[in-house]
Design a protein around this ligand. Sequence first.
Ligand code: HEC
Ligand code: HEC
Ligand code: HEC
Ligand code: HEC
Ligand code: HEC
Ligand code: HEC
Ligand code: HEC
Ligand code: HEC
Length: 412
Amino acid sequence: MRVTSRTILLTVFLVLVFSVRAHSGISEKPQIPVEARKAAALARARAPKKPAADVASREPRDRDKIMGKNGYCIDCHREKTPGIFEEWVLSSHARLGIGCNDCHGAYQSDKDSFLHAGRFYVRTVVSPLRCGRCHQEVIKGFAKTAHAKALTNLEEMSADDPRYPLIEPYKESDFSACRACHGGRILIGEDRRPTPSTWPNSGAGRINPDKSPGNCGICHGRHRFATASARRPEACLLCHDGRMYPEGEIYARSLHGLAYRDAGNRHNLERPYFYCDATRNTAPTCALCHLNGAGVGLVTTHNPAERLARRLTHPQSPERAGQSALWSNMTAVCEQCHAGSVIKRFFSAADAELKRYQTEEVEPALARFGKLLNRKKGRKRQAILAEYADFLAKTKTYRLNLYMGHPGRTER
Ligand code: HEC
Ligand code: HEC
Ligand code: HEC
Ligand code: HEC
Ligand code: HEC
Ligand code: HEC
Ligand code: HEC
Ligand code: HEC
């Protein structure tokens, strides 16, 4: 098919009109046929031109050198891996002419790069550092978030930490049983590709070949990289679910989870790029409470700790430094939908019950387990460890239910 410059101009114009409409909030639904968007995206990738001024600051330094290659990648991969192509072509990246090579392009000197299709050096794994070349705000501090540290936190846990008995049996195998969610170290083989046993790796705190920690794809998927995907609770349930991790079930069984299911298609999660706040989505999701921006006072964060006043997942539930500021960040979320006075009473009841529960039930049990685990060896110890893991899961569930569950539903 020959694409004339007039059709390119027309489609680019249509796409511009669409994006202005979408960003101004006039309409949330795409008005331009998918085919026209695809054609425009393709035209841009094939015939790259100077980036618009507002995008230029987000570009990698060597953009001019590598941009021209995107057309080659796309023309072949469109046939060879149509699924990847289809996801990419509908992304904001494609709309801006950001293509395969902007993420996968590499230099011969990179130890994880290989000569591809006889012409280019590319790498398979795309680390947060690569995304961060353009998304500088997101990458700032990202390496310190619980997600990026999910593997190193396990590796560094000290033997007097009450959570330690849980990880002890897995230390020797480098936590390979924990890799699915916590991540592992990606190793590069002789063929300069990631080794089969260390990648694919969709763990939160994986260590990438460039040594950076973390994985943007756990929430954003690939290759559409829509904010919408990360706003859905399903994105978090990949890991926050199961016997030891009750958050997913607590949410699903709460009035908030019910509201999410009830709202059906009214969520407006697809709204590209901008905040998804309570004026657009009246059913709170994991991301809405823990990460989303809402304009007034609340900006998008990639560090959930910014809104957490304590560590409810930790058996002793310690407070975090700067607690009151962290607390007001979370209450600001609730107050988008609830009366401030109601939320104050709700949290003060939760705080009081947490205090009673920890002193009357958890601390004595922790002391009892501590003694037993010190004394017993071999098979007996294995049995106690299993019991201990159950105990930790049960108390975590109790605590989390107090703060984000169905109030009063803590025992069964
Ligand atoms: C001539 C066709 C062709 C071109 C041009 C091409 N690719 Fe590929 N690419 C393929 C095929 C086919 C595969 C699957 C390889 C296989 O199955 O052995 C592949 C695989 C890949 C992989 C996965 C490699 C692995 O084994 O982990 C990446 C990443 C990739 N391509 C990126 C790119 C990028 C970026 C460009 C442009 C710079 C590009 N490709 C250009 C055909 C092509
Ligand atoms: C915004 C960055 C980005 C762009 C643009 C991008 N990719 Fe990827 N790609 C990724 C990420 C992230 C992964 C997952 C690898 C990892 O685990 O880090 C990936 C994985 C892959 C893989 C290996 C996984 C598989 O399922 O086979 C191939 C092949 C691939 N990309 C090809 C492409 C092609 C072709 C294009 C252009 C149409 C493209 N990519 C554009 C970021 C990108
Ligand atoms: C299904 C995904 C998944 C798997 C598999 C997994 N984890 Fe986790 N892990 C999580 C999530 C999510 C959290 C944070 C939320 C929480 O603690 O409830 C976490 C947190 C932890 C914590 C810290 C808890 C705290 O108090 O802060 C420890 C310790 C831990 N995991 C140990 C392990 C070990 C050891 C393994 C392997 C045997 C493992 N995990 C496998 C998802 C997983
Ligand atoms: C690939 C697995 C994975 C996915 C997907 C994931 N998480 Fe996590 N998350 C973890 C692990 C593992 C931890 C615990 C890390 C640690 O404390 O060492 C964690 C920790 C957290 C914490 C506690 C943070 C802290 O500072 O203590 C919150 C809150 C959280 N995640 C929310 C979310 C939300 C919201 C989503 C979805 C938008 C999400 N997570 C998606 C694995 C995941
Ligand atoms: C070459 C620069 C560049 C690279 C590399 C890049 N991005 Fe982007 N990304 C952009 C630009 C530009 C936008 C458009 C948003 C804007 O106007 O700032 C964008 C938008 C996004 C959005 C919002 C999309 C939407 O539709 O809501 C997400 C999410 C995103 N990128 C994630 C990633 C991830 C994850 C990676 C790495 C795997 C990555 N990006 C790599 C430049 C880049
Ligand atoms: C724990 C899940 C999670 C991880 C991991 C994650 N994101 Fe996000 N991201 C989100 C959510 C949720 C939003 C939507 C926030 C909103 O609506 O206010 C978002 C929004 C974005 C946006 C658009 C809004 C903005 O403020 O820029 C970009 C770009 C982005 N992410 C890039 C990245 C990059 C790059 C990485 C890896 C360094 C990454 N994300 C890792 C959940 C995640
Ligand atoms: C209505 C808002 C809301 C929703 C929806 C929500 N949470 Fe929470 N979450 C909270 C509050 C409040 C806390 C307790 C805050 C604190 O610890 O200071 C919390 C605590 C947590 C913690 C423990 C963090 C810690 O260290 O205390 C994790 C992990 C978590 N949430 C994950 C999730 C996941 C995953 C989902 C979706 C399945 C979700 N949350 C849905 C409000 C929410
Ligand atoms: C996006 C809107 C939204 C946000 C944000 C939100 N909620 Fe809710 N909440 C709801 C909806 C909807 C219900 C279901 C009952 C109703 O329709 O009022 C609900 C119900 C509740 C209930 C149950 C009330 C009852 O009568 O049993 C509690 C408690 C609650 N929310 C606490 C919180 C807390 C604490 C936060 C902040 C951490 C929060 N909510 C954030 C929308 C929200």
